[in-house]
Design a protein around this ligand. Structure first.
Ligand SMILES: [Zn+2]
Length: 621
């Protein structure tokens, strides 16, 4: 029965919720898609609105309450199916009826959880699910006071992408299904609650917070954070939330947020969501950022003190269009979220910080992409943009392919048609598909109809087939170039000849330059030179997380043990998966390193989110 549910084509009715600003009509649009990562069957019955009431209990580390779903029945059916994982369902009632409705939880499947089917009547409009989460719900990270900056109060945050929303809310957990939501969240009185919605800017005396998200969003954008959190405005529509001791530094680092929103609107059209705020989380947050609507969740590792890593904010802001406004229909279409977002992030960065900055990012991005393709193998089907994660956890398939190969494909289209034409195309694409989902084939059809338009030579130049359906990189791929990095190549040669790095610190200054420099240190550089470089640049003690990550990886590969105590410290205090993976990976290359990796991991694992430790458990076993 489950397999049947998994593979029948579903029709998605995505209503446009943004009445004021979008050109799309309110007529429901039907998109035929299949989502292999949800048990729900929205071709028959789909949710449209959620009223959520939850109590946050830090003692038991459990959320308990009621999810009331408003539904839209499309077929003649007598049941609706939700996704659930580890949820304790106490009872379910329908509309105003106080009698319990019949429900059943199906067999538990690895990473998918269980289908929750509820018997409904022909007249049913609302379904009330009374439930609680389990102790180790993968979406929830409960921090004890010691794991926060202030060390006084506990903290809770959620991470729902890709398919973890079902571990804290019974829902139709597919990115193709959208709903609006209201929520009432009760928390200890000394703490503030925030969601992916309109947010309070200060604590109140009751500890009860009310939220409204008026735009329809998919379940993976459901988000909640609770902690000792304060707010500081950047301008009239942007601001920063953080623990009080971090707030000043965060506001300084993200001072350009308002300018970023304005720059973004110039390219893609209006920002649809009202406010744009960023919440800086404690260091265990597993990602760089998560694009929760109206409130990006961000890692504190981007606070470098010199605003050098703020392109992460440009990335999360860009998701307000690519991802949140037009959403990948399934996790097999993930590049539509991430490739577009990297492209857009670099366009924002170009407006604010200039072309050379972007060229450096492109070269670094290419190096990441090339590394991933080499590692996976250039004929590996997972190096296609159109991937197939059916029967696999989509979260374990996250790689540079969706991000960087997606970016280079879009850049290739820009090069083929010219920026002006491509910008007009993109603006219309986002406008006409606002608040709907898009799959891979749908995008390529739209590209064909609206940009290529039977122009055979343009079709050859764009070469969608090779980019999207074939593994590796197309044969005619042109390498990105950065003049600044070319200069570093010359410096690198001089260094190898002289073996003396004195004075290099004055020539290689920015974060990007240092990252490139470290990554291109030749294999022939011996321990003496590595030591001299560390004395010249102070890489081991750099407070810049990106630099620390590449330097510690190099230190392990070159057996430069001076860096180990700081490397260990970094692994214990930082939970960002992007940094953890390469460092642990370098460590397990040797038996001695593997032993050390396991020792550190034992101490560090309680500080990591499930998204990070699930990947690392696999790697270190
Ligand atoms: Zn992203």
């Amino acid at each position: 029965m489950k397999k049947l549910l998994l593979f029948i084509p579903i029709i998605l009715f995505a209503c446009n919720q943004d009445k004021k600003k979008s050109n799309t009509t309110e007529t429901a649009k039907a998109i035929e898609i299949k989502d292999p990562h949800s048990f729900s069957d929205p071709s028959n019955c789909v949710v449209t609105h959620l009223d959520l009431k939850l109590n946050v209990d830090f003692k038991t580390q459990i959320l308990k309450g009621e999810a009331t779903w408003t539904i839209n029945k499309i077929g003649k059916i007598d049941e609706i199916i939700f996704d659930a994982k580890g949820l304790k369902i106490e009872k379910i009632t329908l509309d105003d009826d106080i009698k319990n409705a019949f429900f059943a939880l199906g067999d538990e499947e690895p990473f998918m959880g269980q289908p929750l089917s509820v018997d409904i009547k022909p007249t049913t409009k609302k379904i009330h699910i009374f439930y609680s989460t389990s102790k180790n719900a993968p979406a929830l990270q409960w921090l004890n006071p010691n794991q926060t900056a202030g060390k006084k109060f506990p903290y809770l945050f959620t991470q729902s992408e890709a398919i973890l929303a079902r571990t804290w809310i019974p829902c139709q957990d597919s990115p193709s299904i959208r709903f609006t939501y209201n929520a009432d969240i009760t928390v200890p009185k000394e703490l503030l609650a925030l969601m992916s919605a309109e947010n309070p800017q200060k604590k109140n005396d009751s500890g009860i917070y009310h939220f409204e998200q008026k735009h329809a969003i998919p379940s993976y954008l459901m988000a909640l954070a609770v902690g000792d959190i304060a707010f500081k405005a950047i301008d009239n529509r942007t601001g920063v939330y953080a623990e009080p001791s971090v707030l000043g530094k965060a506001a300084y680092e993200f001072a350009d947020m308002g300018k970023m929103v304005t720059a973004a609107e110039k390219i893609y059209g209006d920002y649809h969501w009202g406010r744009y705020d960023v919440l800086v989380l404690p260091p265990s947050f597993p990602f760089g950022g998560m694009e929760n609507p109206m409130l990006t969740f961000a890692t504190p590792t981007v606070i470098a003190g010199d605003r050098s890593l703020v392109s992460l904010i440009a990335h999360e802001l860009a998701h307000s269009w690519s991802g949140n406004l037009v959403t990948n229909a399934t996790w097999n279409d993930f590049w539509l979220n991430e490739g577009f977002t990297v492209y857009f992030e670099r366009r924002i960065v170009e407006q604010l910080y200039g072309k050379e900055e972007v060229q450096m990012q492109e070269v670094l991005g290419y190096k990441d992409l090339k590394g991933s393709i080499d590692e996976m193998g250039e004929t590996n089907p997972d190096t296609r943009l159109k991937v197939d994660f059916t029967n696999r956890d989509p979260d374990l398939g996250v790689s540079d392919i969706a991000y960087e190969k997606g970016f280079f494909f879009l850049k290739n289209i820009e090069n083929a048609v010219g920026r002006e034409k491509f910008d007009a195309f993109l603006k219309e694409y986002f406008n006409s598909h606002a608040f709907t989902s898009m799959d891979n084939d749908g995008f390529l059809a739209y590209l064909n109809d609206n940009l290529i338009k039977n122009d055979e030579s343009l079709k050859d130049k764009i070469n969608s087939y090779a980019w999207v359906y074939q593994p590796g990189l197309p044969k005619d791929f042109t390498l990105p170039i950065s003049e600044t990095f070319n200069k570093i190549d010359s410096l690198q040669k001089q260094l190898m000849a002289s073996q003396n790095p004195k004075g290099l610190n004055k020539e290689i200054k920015s974060t990007n330059e240092k990252l490139y420099f470290i990554r291109t240190i030749p294999a022939s550089a011996d321990l003496k030179l590595i030591t001299a470089l560390d004395q010249e640049f102070g890489f081991t003690d750099s407070g810049n997380s990106e630099i620390q990550c590449v330097w510690y990886t190099l230190a392990i590969n070159r057996n430069y043990k001076v860096a180990y105590p700081e490397m260990k410290n970094f692994l214990i205090n930082v939970g960002r998966r992007k940094f953890l993976l390469p460092i642990y990976k370098a460590l397990i290359e040797t038996p001695e390193g593997k032993k050390l990796a396991n020792e550190i991991y034992k101490e560090a694992r309680p500080n990591y989110h499930s998204v990070a430790y699930n990947t690392l458990d696999e790697m270190l076993k």
